[in-house]
Design a protein around this ligand. Structure first.
Ligand code: UGA
Length: 429
């Protein structure tokens, strides 16, 4: 099948490369010419495990190509995916102007039947507006369908998530659209959930918001654990074994970050308000999440007594492991608060330092975790990269000025840390 992907960001590039890997012919379009030129030279603008090889393999086989004009992409494609960004406006509302522009441009280039699919995360009823926009801008009298096919892939495991999803959601209004999408995903073994477009749009916002709520809930319980001497990891384990609750997303810590949860919770709250419903629960989810970062900084401050002039080693900068993504990373707020209090910051992250450098001015970046530990008064774990879990802790202790670790991700066993001679403070235990 001939597929066009518009918007070669995270979702667009992974989707395009994976569709090509399934045997489709894919053209990825982006109006950022520089990005397209780099991609033609196999330069991927972000780190995602395995993506480089998938892109290379499919470009070399002729199934994956790149272009900067929508016209070129639309020409021979039956299915067109809209994967452009939907960034937040200052009031939390999703900015859909890129989606609108792309819909207009697609409309101007339609000369035969096409299926236009929204893959970007969008508020409910966007599909209706995309259809309206195409109808009002179309030049020739040709048929088209609009569909919604939200993406559930996680950064760091995106390729695996694409090829082995829990479910594929398709929101369609015609049989033709449904059959086309079924054919496209024929080789992926997963249940296909077929709904109307609005329900599909809502599945995406509701899923991300629910997961965010799960994290805020467990972090709130962690705060009760701290006040009573209970252990959140044990509480989460005991809760998670109930299949109605489930074990995943009960890891307490400094809260969620990234380009999805914070933005989607806000956008869902905003569209709910616009529809006349005050989604108060989500306001609490957001507030609890913001408070976790503040709490983490407070733990560092209280364990150091005087922060001014002290050296703090930060381990992990990306919003989660296995990615170099710094968008809405808790590390940014945490480091800024500590620097404002007069701390000197040394930091190390296995992948995110090139992206962190321009954002975190005044931070000394280190070549590894041991350099971050050297002569530090405190080591703060912000992202739970595997290499931190297997650090030589005896060496770390010797290197530090003061053996204090404040762990925002509950990476270590408190008893073991005590035995090793650390003052060890973690979250909810
Ligand atoms: C999330 C969803 O998991 C994907 O299904 C979805 O497709 C994606 O957003 C999106 O909308 O594009 P992602 O943002 O890559 O994926 O990352 P997650 O693995 O979900 O983690 C999000 C945040 O929650 C991270 O900051 C992580 O540290 C935090 N988290 C996660 C916790 O604090 N505790 C947990 O138990 C799990």
């Amino acid at each position: 099948m001939n597929v066009c992907i518009i918007g070669v960001g995270y979702v667009g590039l992974v989707t395009g490369a994976c569709f090509a890997d399934l045997g489709h012919r894919v053209i990825c379009v982006d109006n950022d010419r520089k990005k397209i030129e780099s991609l033609k030279k196999f330069k991927i603008p972000f780190y995602e495990k395995g993506l480089n090889e998938v892109v290379r393999r499919n470009v070399n086989s002729g199934r994956l190509s790149f272009a900067s004009a929508i016209k070129e992409g639309v020409k021979d494609s039956l299915v067109i995916f809209i994967c452009v960004g939907t960034p937040p406006r200052p009031n939390g509302e999703a900015d859909l102007s890129y989606v609108e522009n792309v819909a207009m441009e697609i409309a101007r280039n339609l000369t035969s039947y096409h299926l236009v699919v929204e893959k970007s995360t969008v508020p409910v009823e966007t599909g209706k507006w995309v259809e309206h926009t195409i109808k009002t801008n179309i030049r020739k009298h040709v048929k088209f369908d609009v569909a919604s096919n939200p993406e559930f892939l996680r950064e760091g495991t995106a390729i695996h998530d694409f090829l082995y999803p829990d479910r594929i959601v398709i929101g369609v209004e015609t049989k033709r659209a449904e059959e086309t999408l079924r054919e496209l995903y024929k080789k992926v073994k997963a249940e296909i959930v077929v709904t109307d477009i609005k329900s599909a749009e809502l599945i995406k916002h509701a899923s991300n918001s629910f997961l965010a709520a799960k994290i805020s809930f467990i972090n709130s319980v962690a705060n009760i654990c701290e006040r009573t001497g209970a252990d959140i990891t044990k509480v989460a384990h005991g809760m998670g074994l109930d299949p109605r609750i489930g074990r995943s997303f009960l890891q307490s810590g400094i809260g969620y970050g990234g380009s999805c949860f914070p933005k989607d919770v806000d956008a869902f709250m905003h569209i709910s308000g616009k529809l006349g419903y005050d989604f108060a629960l989500l306001k609490a989810v957001r507030k609890a999440n913001e408070e976790q970062r503040v709490l983490f900084v407070k733990k560092i401050e209280e364990s150091l007594w005087i922060v001014k002039g002290k050296t703090i080693g930060i381990l992990g900068l990306s919003f989660k492991p296995e990615t170099d993504d710094m968008r809405q990373a808790p590390s940014i707020d945490i480091i800024n608060s500590l620097m404002n209090a007069g701390a000197k910051i040394k930091a190390y992250d296995p992948k995110a330092m090139p992206k962190a450098r321009p954002i975190l001015k005044g931070v000394k970046f280190c070549k590894d975790a041991y350099e971050a530990a050297r002569q530090s008064d405190c080591l703060a774990i912000v992202t739970e990269w595997h290499e931190f879990k297997v650090m030589d802790l005896k060496r770390v202790k010797k290197l530090m000025k003061n053996p204090l670790i404040v762990d925002g991700r509950n990476v270590f066993d408190p008893k073991e840390m005590k035995r090793l001679g650390f003052r060890y403070i973690s979250m909810g235990r």
